[in-house]
Design a protein around this ligand. Structure first.
Ligand code: FAD
Ligand code: NAP
Length: 313
């Protein structure tokens, strides 16, 4: 059977693409999600910035009604991992993890991404309970409190500047004294009196109790000196990997244009460089990495896919 649309990934972008595509009249729409639908936000215990949801809710609770709403209009979910999307004469072929190949006229890729871990003790244990990888999501919880930011790239420096607007002090902890971030961004952070630079220093451990993080244990890499910093919040920005493997072809090239960071290049309509192929959510260039934005991308991509499939006849 030929699908009108195949959706890869069942987070906010994929589910919303499914909702708009099926409700907009596409017949055979399948969302391939290797796990339970819901996406990365289901790891969060507190979400309070999804418009219309006034209460603070867990990511699980926020996403729980989304699949049912989509299925009502005919979206099908297949719990499969897509290994590769490739071009075919009819449009696209999707190679699945059970070696099955599925044909589709159009595809929306919504596979998201994963923030890298720094690797210190307590990082996993306190993730979501004081350790965060998202200042937009969690910065508000540290209004007038002190926080630590880990990393020396553009993301760490820019997010430190963002957090300095909310927190009373931001300790920027970087393992070297040279920064990867743009010199102008480093200068802006240095000029901000709320940001304290701690360089040549690694975080050995984040510690706390069942209420959350209480502090970090640091080690200076030059002097070997160890110290403690009492902070309730630790933001880790040591890189971000987008899940772009499905777009990688057998010869190692990508199916569509990507930027240097491995994100899919799209226009404002979520169109990639290949007609009929769309990308939505955290995998695309300039993604704000927010549920509301990923959902909006999914809707935009689906509306384009509907047009594309109708013109194919
Ligand atoms: P994702 O949600 O990452 O979904 C991608 C899906 O694709 C996953 O379910 C994955 O299993 C699936 N997938 C990947 N590869 C394949 C494959 N090959 N085959 C099949 N399936 C595949 N945003 C907010 O707006 N507010 C918040 O408070 C907030 N807090 C957050 C807290 C945490 C701890 C985290 C991790 C994120 C938070 N975010 C928050 C960000 C938000 O979760 C993301 O921006 C959003 O989920 C992105 O949606 P997406 O659909 O693009 O990708
Ligand atoms: P990045 O440039 O790779 O920087 C990651 C930082 O984290 C580096 O300083 C690195 O230290 C540090 N780090 C890595 N692993 C660590 C670990 N285990 N423990 C402690 N520190 C660790 O990542 P990014 O900041 O996310 O940026 C990614 C790309 O996006 C870059 O090309 C960046 O320029 C770009 N970007 C651009 C903008 C912008 O133009 N406005 C904004 C954001 C991102 P070392 O330096 O010692 O390796």
């Amino acid at each position: 059977m030929m699908l009108d649309l195949a959706i890869v990934g069942g987070g906010p972008a994929g589910l919303t693409a499914g909702l708009y595509a099926t409700r907009g009249g596409l017949e055979n729409v399948v969302m391939y999600e290797k796990g339970m639908p819901g996406g990365a936000i289901t790891q969060s215990s507190e979400v309070e910035n999804y418009p219309g949801i006034k209460e603070v809710v867990s990511g699980m609770d926020l996403m729980a009604p989304w699949p049912e709403q989509c299925m009502r209009f005919g979206l099908k979910h297949e719990m499969r991992e897509v290994v590769r999307v490739q071009k075919a004469s009819h449009g696209f072929d999707l190679l699945l993890d059970n070696n099955e190949t599925v044909a589709a006229k159009s595809v929306v890729v919504c596979t998201g991404g994963v923030p890298r871990k720094a690797g210190f003790k307590g990082e996993e244990e306190f993730f979501g309970r004081g350790v965060s990888t998202c200042a937009t999501c969690d910065g508000f919880f540290y209004r007038d409190k002190e926080v630590a930011v880990i990393g020396g790239g553009d993301t760490a420096l820019e997010e430190a500047l963002y957090l300095a607007e909310i927190a009373s002090r931001v300790y920027l902890i970087h393992r070297r004294s040279e920064f990867r971030a743009a010199p102008a961004t480093v200068r802006r952070a240095e000029a901000n009196e709320k940001i304290v630079f701690i360089t040549d220093t690694v975080v050995e451990e984040v510690y706390g109790n069942n209420m959350g993080v209480q502090g970090v244990r640091l080690k200076n890499r030059v002097s070997g000196e160890e110290s403690d910093l009492s902070v309730p919040g630790v933001f880790v920005f040591v890189g971000y990997d987008v899940n772009n493997a499905v777009l990688k072809q057998e010869d190692g090239t990508f199916l569509c244009e990507m930027n240097a960071r491995g994100q899919v290049v799209v226009d404002l309509s979520m169109r990639t460089s290949v007609p009929g192929l769309y990308a939505a959510g955290d995998i695309r260039v300039e993604a704000p990495k927010q549920v509301v934005c990923a959902a909006a991308d999914g809707a935009t991509a689906a509306l384009q896919a509907i047009e594309f499939v109708r013109h194919q006849g």
